[in-house]
Design a protein around this ligand. Structure first.
Ligand code: GLU
Length: 449
C-alpha cells in the first residue's frame, strides 16, 4: 500500500508546537516510507478562517522544511460534502433535528438527575413529516445528525495498538449545523476517501471522533462512495516540563514566535520529532534524516514532555555543528560574515544564531574593554608584536608572561577582558589574529574600539 497522509489545520489561529508536532509526525512517517504528505486546509468555517492564518501555516511549514506534495482547501469542496450528505440521508444515516440548545440542555439535565448518561435521545429520528413541517412553519431550521450504529468500533492503532470505541455511549454527532455549516467530522471523512489517505495521524484527543468517523467511512462506502477506511495513529499529547497538559499554554508557543526568538528549524523538528520516543534527544543532521529514523514503534504511550530547556540545548547543538557554507548568507545578511575561521571559532559559543552579532563585535568592534590593572594593560601593549600573524596569541602571551610574571588565569583573563569586554567567549588564539592591530592597541589603551 502506498502511504499518503495529511495534515489538516484550521486557519483560525497560528501553528503552535502541538499542531506542528502532528504535522511533523505525519511528514516523518510519510517520508520515512517514501510516501506523500498532503496539506489540507480545514476552512469550512468561513467566518473564522482567514487568509493570513492560512499564509502563516504555509510559511511555518516551509520554514521547518515540511514541504507538501499536494494541497487542498475544504472551502472549495462543498459540492463533495453535499453529495456525501445526500447519500447518507438517502441511506437513513443522516437525519434532521429541530431541538434548540435550550431543549437539549434541559433534557441533558433531566438525564443526569436520573443518573443516566447525557446522550442525545434521538428525538429527531422519531419525528413525523407533520411534526417536521410544524417546526419549519415555526421558522426552525434543521441541523443534521449522523445515526450511529451503537457498537464497538475497533481498529489497530499504529501508536496505541488495539483500540476500541463504544459508539453506543456517544450522542449521534451533528454533521451539519442549522445554518448549513459542515462541521469538521464529515468533510474530513469525505476528503480522506477522495484523496486516498492511507493513514490518519493525529492527537489522542481525536480517539472518540475516530469511532464515529469509522462508522461514517463505512456508511459512505456501503452507499457506493469510492475509497477505503484509512489506518489510524493517535499520538499521546504534549505535557509541559511540570507534567501538566500543554493544551492551555499552546497559544504562547507559536512557531512564528519561536522563529522570531531565533530557534533553528532543525532544533524544533528534532525536538518535536523525538520527545516521547525511545530515540535520544539529540539534534538530527536534517529533517529527512529524522524521517528515515522515525517509527511508531519507538513512540511510547505516555505523554511527551515538552521542555524548553531541551529545545535550548538542541538549538545550541545544531549551531555548534553547522558548517560555514550553510550559514554564509545568513551571516552576510547580519553583516557578520567574517570568514570560515571566525565562524568555526565562535559557533560553539552560540545559544541562538543572533549571538553571532556580539561575537563579530570582538573582531569588528566596538568593544568596551574592561581593564582591572592599567600597568598590566600597558605592559601587554609594549609586548604586542608589530604584525598580527596566525600564531600571535602564543608569542604575545609568552612575552607578556615574561614581562609581567602573570601566568595561567591571571594572564589570560585580563587579556580576554581587555580585548572582548567579557569574561567568557570564544577561543582567543583563533580570534585575536582576526582583529585589526589598531583595534587591539586602542582597547589596550582603554578606548572603546
Ligand atoms: N482540522 C482538524 C483539527 O484541527 C483536523 C483533525 C484531523 O486530523 O482529522 O483538529
Amino acid at each position: 500500500m502506498s502511504v499518503k497522509v495529511r495534515f489538516a489545520p484550521s486557519p483560525t489561529g497560528k501553528l503552535h508546537v502541538g499542531n506542528v508536532r502532528t504535522a511533523l509526525v505525519n511528514w516523518l512517517f510519510a517520508k520515512g516510507q517514501g510516501g506523500q504528505f498532503v496539506l489540507r486546509i480545514d476552512d469550512t468555517d468561513l467566518a473564522r478562517s482567514t487568509p493570513e492564518f492560512e499564509q502563516g501555516i504555509e510559511d511555518d511549514l516551509t520554514w521547518l522544511g515540511l514541504v507538501w506534495d499536494e494541497r487542498h482547501n475544504q472551502s472549495k469542496r462543498f459540492d463533495r460534502y453535499e453529495a456525501a450528505a445526500d447519500l447518507l440521508k438517502a441511506a437513513g444515516r443522516l437525519y434532521a433535528c429541530y431541538d434548540t440548545a435550550e431543549e437539549l440542555d434541559r433534557r441533558r439535565k433531566v438525564q443526569l438527575s436520573r443518573g443516566l448518561p447525557p446522550i442525545y435521545d434521538r428525538a429527531g429520528l422519531n419525528l413525523t413529516d407533520a411534526e417536521k413541517a410544524a417546526f419549519e412553519a415555526e421558522g426552525r431550521k434543521p441541523h443534521w445528525r449522523f445515526r450511529l450504529d451503537g457498537r464497538r468500533v475497533a481498529w489497530e492503532d499504529l501508536s496505541r495498538g488495539h483500540a476500541e470505541v463504544d459508539t453506543a455511549s456517544m450522542s449521534d454527532p451533528v454533521l451539519i449545523r442549522e445554518d448549513g455549516l459542515f462541521l469538521y467530522t464529515l468533510p474530513s471523512v469525505v476528503d480522506d476517501l477522495d484523496m486516498a489517505i492511507s493513514h490518519v495521524i493525529r492527537g489522542e484527543d481525536h480517539v472518540t471522533n475516530t469511532g464515529a468517523q469509522i462508522e461514517i467511512f463505512e456508511a459512505l462506502i456501503a452507499a457506493g462512495w469510492a475509497g477505503s477506511v484509512p489506518g489510524f495513529a493517535h499520538m499521546p499529547l504534549l505535557v509541559g516540563a511540570d507534567g501538566q497538559a500543554l493544551s492551555k499554554r499552546l497559544g504562547s508557543l507559536s512557531i512564528a514566535e519561536m522563529r522570531e526568538q531565533g530557534y533553528e528549524p532543525i532544533a524544533i523538528t528534532s525536538h518535536l520529532g523525538r520527545i516521547g520516543t525511545s530515540d535520544p534527544l539529540e539534534v538530527a543532521p536534517s529533517v529527512e534524516a529524522l524521517g528515515a529514523g522515525f517509527a511508531f514503534s519507538k513512540m511510547g504511550r505516555s505523554p511527551a514532555r515538552y521542555d524548553t530547556a531541551d529545545l535550548d540545548r538542541l538549538n545550541a547543538q545544531a549551531l555548534h555543528a553547522m558548517p560555514y557554507d550553510d550559514v554564509r548568507s545568513r551571516l552576510a545578511d547580519m553583516e557578520c560574515d567574517l570568514g570560515e575561521i571566525f565562524w568555526n571559532a565562535v559557533r560553539s559559543n552560540l545559544q541562538k544564531f543572533s549571538d553571532v552579532v556580539e561575537m563579530a563585535k570582538i573582531v569588528q568592534g566596538p568593544v568596551t574593554p574592561v581593564i582591572e590593572d592599567t600597568a598590566f594593560a600597558a605592559a601587554a601593549l609594549d609586548q604586542l608584536p608589530a604584525s598580527i600573524g596566525s600564531d600571535v596569541w602564543a608569542t604575545w602571551t609568552q612575552a607578556v608572561k615574561e614581562a609581567t610574571g602573570a601566568k595561567g588565569k591571571g594572564l589570560f583573563m585580563p587579556l580576554r577582558l581587555i580585548l572582548t569586554g567579557q569574561a567568557h567567549g570564544p577561543d582567543m588564539a583563533t580570534l585575536v589574529p582576526l582583529i585589526d592591530r589598531d583595534l587591539i592597541v586602542r582597547r589596550l589603551k582603554g578606548e572603546t574600539a
